[in-house]
Design a protein around this ligand. Structure first.
Ligand SMILES: *Cc1c(COP(=O)(O)O)cnc(C)c1O
Length: 458
């Protein structure tokens, strides 16, 4: 009998705890540091900005499992478990002896895995009695995920959306507004930072760094309000472990174990979540799968970045994290359309990569869209450009297997759908998409802006 195309677990098989990979790491990632003093950040540094429970999760490198609260499980059950799919058609078209599986996280309105962390973040804020949240969004994926979660828990949300996206992505904005969020084009006249920038340059199209600064200012100056972030942080990887744990259960049911696990990496949250149980096996000596991060050649944090302390935001206001980074001032070339534009990388993944426990590859966007188009036609899902980075790498691995005749099992994360990214697809279809790879000089200029850490660098 042919194994199923799609394996859906039933609701009761959704894991009821998040898995904290840090508990199994022989050496923990370096701590967050206060940029003014260089001292490791403690709860008192984090709680003015983040809600308490999340700040605790952020700092906890010991607790192996965190129970998923009941109300969070309730909403998880509305769109999870997500399917594990065998890409039979893709395998056939490639003529590979490899088996290709993907875990699809796009089956919800926001269209990506980001909702997995948005839900608990809003829940804990509600528990703490907070009365509003703020965040920033660039392309709009995180903003829509958070708006969806805020609607569910009846939590007011202000989203600072980079002005150029606000104007160019009206449907993302409409999704957020439909869920009840207040969406403000950034820079705006609602904050000091925004007003100062507008005064200098009234026609600016905005930047992610500026939107973060506005969202943080709004949070710390409004009583009962906190700021929330959708990637990079340890707490976000913790929540995303739901992806990997479900994948593991489904693969086990099929009696399969991946030789290679692949995921796209922007800030690292979906990849950190997908690989969690497999990295755990690797750390505990139970198995030795290859783990591969895929990033854009135009924003190559792992493959060409430095392992250094840096700000998590372009506005230079967050604590410092030690991570692979291109420098917080790095901005990918304007013709980059594939997402994954973040300058840094999750400190957990950075540590694992630095210690040789995982690999990374950088891929050019025209090859990414080639893979996306092939995948869409064969597998019936129109992938997000971000997700298509993982597809590209999975196809390359499958072709390597074809060459060598190896019957490997490949698992990759398909993080979402690309319906709001059609202008990028249009550029690819019309043949106007190009690849721009930063020069060493450009990267060096960005590295030169890395902060000095008091006490470490002087
Ligand atoms: C945001 C996003 C990503 C990248 O974020 P990570 O934190 O690296 O997982 C990948 N895919 C989709 C669809 C996204 O929306």
């Amino acid at each position: 009998m042919k194994a199923p195309y799609r394996l859906y677990l039933n609701e009761n098989q959704i894991p009821d705890a998040w898995y904290n990979l840090r508990a199994d790491m022989p050496v923990l990632p370096d701590p967050l540091r206060n940029p003014a003093t260089g001292a490791p950040a403690g709860l008192e540094d984090l709680t003015p900005v983040f809600c308490e429970e999340l700040a605790k999760q952020e700092l906890d490198g010991k607790t192996r499992y965190f129970d998923i609260p009941g109300p969070v499980m309730d909403i998880y059950r509305q769109y999870r478990p997500s399917p594990l799919v065998r890409a039979y058609n893709l395998e056939k078209a490639l003529g590979t002896p490899a088996k290709i599986y993907y875990k699809f996280e796009g089956n919800n309105t926001c269209g990506s895995h980001k909702i997995n962390s948005a839900v608990p973040q809003v829940y804990y804020a509600k528990q703490q009695g907070l009365t509003a949240l703020t965040t920033e969004t660039g392309a709009g994926q995180w903003g829509s995920a958070l708006a969806e979660a805020c609607a569910y828990f009846n939590m007011p949300l202000t989203v600072y959306m980079v002005k150029v996206s606000y104007e160019q992505k009206p449907y993302r904005k409409a999704v957020m507004q439909t869920f009840g969020a207040d969406v403000i084009p950034s820079p705006s006249d609602t904050t000091n930072v925004g007003r100062a920038i507008l005064e200098k340059d009234p026609n600016t199209t905005g930047s992610l760094g500026c939107a973060i600064s506005e969202a943080v200012e709004k949070a710390v100056t409004t009583p009962g309000t906190r700021y929330v972030l959708g990637s990079v942080l340890n707490q976000v990887l913790l929540h995303q472990s739901i992806i990997g744990q479900e994948a593991r259960i489904a693969m086990d049911m099929l009696d399969e174990y991946p030789d290679v696990v692949i995921g796209c990496a922007g800030g690292g949250s979906n990849l950190g979540g997908l690989i969690a149980p497999y990295m755990s096996d690797k750390l505990n000596g139970k198995a030795n799968p290859r783990i591969v991060a895929v990033e854009p050649a135009s924003c190559p944090s792992f493959t060409r970045g430095k392992y250094a302390y840096d700000f998590c935001d372009t506005g230079r206001i967050t604590p410092l994290a030690r991570m692979y980074t291109l420098g917080c001032g790095f901005i990918p070339s304007a013709n980059h359309a594939g997402g994954l534009r973040y300058h840094g990388m999750s400190p957990i993944l950075s540590k694992l990569y630095h210690d040789g426990l995982m690999e990374a590859v950088a891929v050019e966007q025209t090859r990414v869209f080639e893979a996306a188009t092939m995948f869409a036609r064969l597998e019936t899902i129109l992938p997000a450009p971000e997700s298509a980075h993982a597809i590209r790498a999975a196809i390359d691995e499958a072709l390597r297997c074809k060459e060598s005749g190896q019957k490997e099992t490949i698992l990759f994360g398909l993080t979402g759908t690309g319906f709001f990214d059609m202008s990028a697809y249009t550029r690819f279809n019309e043949g106007t998409m190009t690849d721009t790879i930063p020069t060493d000089e450009q990267l060096q200029a960005s590295f030169d802006t890395l902060p000095k850490v008091p006490g470490l660098d002087d």
